[in-house]
Design a protein around this ligand. Structure first.
Ligand code: PLP
Length: 398
C-alpha cells in the first residue's frame, strides 16, 4: 500500500528522547537523558489503599465514561490545592482535566492556532511542546533563555517583527519556573514584564508549571497566573511529578471562552480523561497525601541535585558551564562551541552514559554545544559516575 501521509506528520521529527530511551535501556548505560521521576517517590502504599477505596465506593462512576472537562469533585480539589500551593484563585469551571499536561499542550495548539500560524516559545524549550505544536502545524519562534529564563527584553521587538511579517503570534508559551530543559527560573521583575508585554499586544500567555512545587533552594517566586494582571494566563499543571506520571493526569486553567473550545477538542481526542485515575487523584488531594508527598520528593531530589551539581563542579567546571537549579529535574550543561553534543551521543553510549543534546529542544538546530542532564531518576552513585563518563566522552572526542 502506498500511504500518502499528511504534511503535518511528514514534518514531524522523531523525538531524540524516545530514540535515546531505546539505547539507554541497554544494561550498563547510565541514563541522564529521560525526564522521569524516581520510582522511589511513587506513593505506592497510599495509592493501593486509595484504589481499593475507589473500587469499593465509587466503581459505578470510576469505571464509567466521565464529563469531558473532568469529574467535578477533582476539579474542586484542584482549585483548592492551587489556592493553597500557588496562590491561584480559580473556579472549578475554569479547569479541564487532561490525560497529562501533554494533552493540554496539544489542545492549546488546536484551539488557539491554525496550521502555519506562529507561536512564541523559549529557546530552548520543552520537546513535548515542540511536538504538540508541530502536530498542529504550528511554526515556533524562539526567544533565547539566559540564567533568568526567557529574555523578555527581546520579546517586544520579536512580536513587532512578526506582526510586520503578518505573523502575529497566537500565544506565548513559557515555563518560567525550573524550566525544562535549562532548570532556570524567571525572577519576579521579568515575570511582570512578560505579563505586561503579552497584555499590551493582546496575545494569550501560557504558563506551563510542572515543577513549581519541587523547590530545593531559595524563596518561592509567584507563578504568572497568581500575579496582578495574570488572571487570564492559561496555566498548565500536572500530577506527574507529585503523584505518578503513569496515571496520566494533568490540567489546564483557562478563561471561560477558551474552556468552551477545549471542551470541543477534548471530545474529539478522547471524550474524557480516565475516570479511575481522576477518582484516585481526587482522594489523593482530599486526604492531603499530595502535600506530604511533595515534601518527601523534595528531600529525595535535593540530595540527587546536590550529587550531580557537586560532581559537575569537581569534574566539569574547567571545560563547561552549567546551571545550578534551585528546583525541578534538570541541569543544562554547555561545553566548548566546537563540540556538537548530538554527534557525540554514540561515543557517550559507548562510554556508558546517555543525555539529550541541546538541539532536541529547539526548532532551529541551535544549542549544539549544550546537553540536558536529568538528576531525578538515577541513584547518587549513578549520577556521579554518569558525570564522570560525560567528562571521559568529551576528553575522548578532543
Ligand atoms: C514543561 C513540561 N510540560 C509538560 C510536561 C508533560 O507532563 P505530563 O504530560 O506528564 O503531565 C512535561 C513533562 O516532562 C514538562 O516537562
Amino acid at each position: 500500500m502506498n500511504y500518502n501521509f499528511s504534511k503535518v506528520v511528514n514534518n514531524m521529527k522523531p523525538s531524540e528522547i524516545r530514540e535515546l530511551s531505546k539505547m539507554a535501556s541497554s544494561p550498563g548505560i547510565i541514563s541522564l537523558g529521560g525526564g522521569m521521576p524516581s520510582p522511589e517517590t511513587f506513593p505506592t502504599k497510599e495509592l493501593m489503599e486509595i484504589m481499593e477505596f475507589v473500587m469499593e465506593n465509587h466503581s459505578d462512576l470510576a469505571l464509567q465514561y466521565g464529563n469531558t472537562l473532568g469529574i467535578n469533585s477533582l476539579r474542586e480539589q484542584i482549585s483548592k490545592m492551587l489556592d493553597r500551593t500557588e496562590n491561584i484563585k480559580c473556579q472549578m469551571n475554569n479547569i479541564i482535566v487532561n490525560s497529562g499536561s501533554q494533552q493540554g499542550l496539544y489542545e492549546l495548539g488546536a484551539v488557539l492556532a491554525n496550521p502555519g500560524d506562529t507561536v512564541i516559545t523559549e529557546e530552548p524549550t520543552y520537546v513535548g511542546a515542540v511536538s504538540a505544536f508541530s502536530a498542529n502545524g504550528i511554526r515556533m519562534e524562539g526567544i533565547p533563555v539566559d540564567r533568568e529564563g526567557m529574555k523578555v527584553e527581546l520579546l517586544e521587538n520579536t512580536i513587532k517583527k512578526l506582526i510586520s511579517e503578518g505573523r502575529k503570534p497566537r500565544f506565548i508559551y513559557s515555563i518560567p519556573t525550573f524550566q525544562n530543559p535549562t532548570g532556570y527560573t524567571m525572577p519576579v521583575e521579568r515575570r511582570k514584564n512578560l505579563i505586561e508585554i503579552a497584555g499590551k499586544f493582546d496575545i494569550p500567555l501560557v504558563e506551563d508549571n510542572p515543577y513549581g512545587q519541587l523547590r530545593y533552594y531559595g524563596e518561592a517566586i509567584p507563578c504568572l497566573r497568581s500575579m496582578p494582571g495574570g488572571e487570564n494566563v492559561i496555566y498548565l499543571g500536572t500530577f506527574s511529578k507529585v503523584m505518578t506520571p503513569g496515571l496520566r493526569l494533568g490540567y489546564t486553567i483557562a478563561p471561560d471562552e477558551v474552556m468552551e473550545k477545549f471542551n470541543l477538542i477534548k471530545q474529539a481526542l478522547d471524550l474524557a480523561t480516565n475516570s479511575f485515575s481522576q477518582y484516585v487523584a481526587n482522594e489523593y488531594i482530599k486526604r492531603e497525601i499530595i502535600y506530604k508527598q511533595v515534601e518527601i520528593n523534595k528531600k529525595i531530589y535535593k540530595v540527587k541535585r546536590d550529587a550531580m551539581v557537586d560532581a559537575l563542579k569537581s569534574q566539569m567546571s574547567d571545560i563547561s558551564t552549567f546551571s545550578e537549579p534551585e528546583g525541578g529535574m534538570f541541569v543544562w550543561l554547555t561545553v566548548n562551541k566546537k563540540i556538537d553534543t548530538r554527534q557525540l551521543i554514540p561515543l557517550a553510549i559507548k562510554n556508558g552514559v546517555a543525555y539529550v543534546s541541546g538541539q532536541a529542544f529547539t526548532t532551529n538546530e541551535t544549542q549544539k554545544s549544550s546537553m540536558r542532564l536529568n538528576f531525578t531518576f538515577g541513584s547518587e552513585e549513578q549520577l556521579v559516575e554518569g558525570v564522570r563518563r560525560i567528562r571521559k566522552t568529551i576528553n575522548d572526542s578532543t
